[in-house]
Design a protein. Structure first.
Length: 196
């Protein structure tokens, strides 16, 4: 499975980097996440309960961050086991690019799955992954609004000052929802794949 996505965020590149490397933030944003713990330098373990089609299982996995260029990018390698439900492994490249206001989060994921999960069908797996990514980003945005209300207030102020002709275009750009544990983040997609 290969997947790409991006998300424009009102917070700064550094604020996003810090949040995407904070186990507590990730635990609250990743759908079904029951635990996320630091196990070493740039290494994490996690537990997630997921339902994919007719399969419901608890998955445990590990994530290792490498090629780190704070606060711009890193590579996230993951592998996870769900017992009889199956397994997943792969990697994700996460990039944070500063904008005039806020920044753009981009991710590219390459993953493979096996076991019963792989038997439910690629279309269902892709749909669940996209849904989880969208859910992750909604939760991440909400958490960042609580942590950094000033960034979102500035974004709202700039949006209200946007000329009427440009408002629909600005609204479309701000409403594009996409993703992956740590995250990633981001992460959510990666997390989902890591927990299979």
């Amino acid at each position: 499975m290969d997947m790409q996505g991006s998300r424009q965020l009102a917070i700064t590149q550094q604020q996003s980097w810090d949040a995407l490397n904070d186990p507590e933030v990730l635990k609250s944003c990743i759908p079904g996440c029951e635990k996320i713990e630091v196990t070493g330098e740039n290494q994490f373990s996690m537990g997630v309960a997921l339902k994919i089609g007719p399969l419901a299982a608890k998955f445990s996995g590990k994530i290792v961050l490498s090629d780190m260029v704070p606060p711009s990018s890193y590579t996230l390698s993951f592998e996870g086991q769900g017992g009889p439900a199956g397994f997943g492994k792969g990697s994700a490249k996460v990039e944070l690019t500063p904008l005039a206001q806020g920044h753009m989060l981009n991710y590219t994921v390459h993953a493979t799955v096996g076991g019963k999960i792989a038997q439910v069908g690629q279309r269902l797996i892709d749909g669940v992954a996209k849904s989880m990514a969208e859910d992750f980003f909604k939760r991440f945005d909400a958490a960042m609004q609580l942590r950094h209300p000033e960034a979102y207030a500035a974004q709202a102020e700039n949006a209200s000052a946007t000329p009427a002709a440009q408002a629909p275009q600005a609204a479309r750009a701000a409403a594009v929802p996409r993703w992956a544990w740590v995250a990633g983040g981001v992460f959510l997609l990666v997390l989902w794949l890591a927990l299979r």
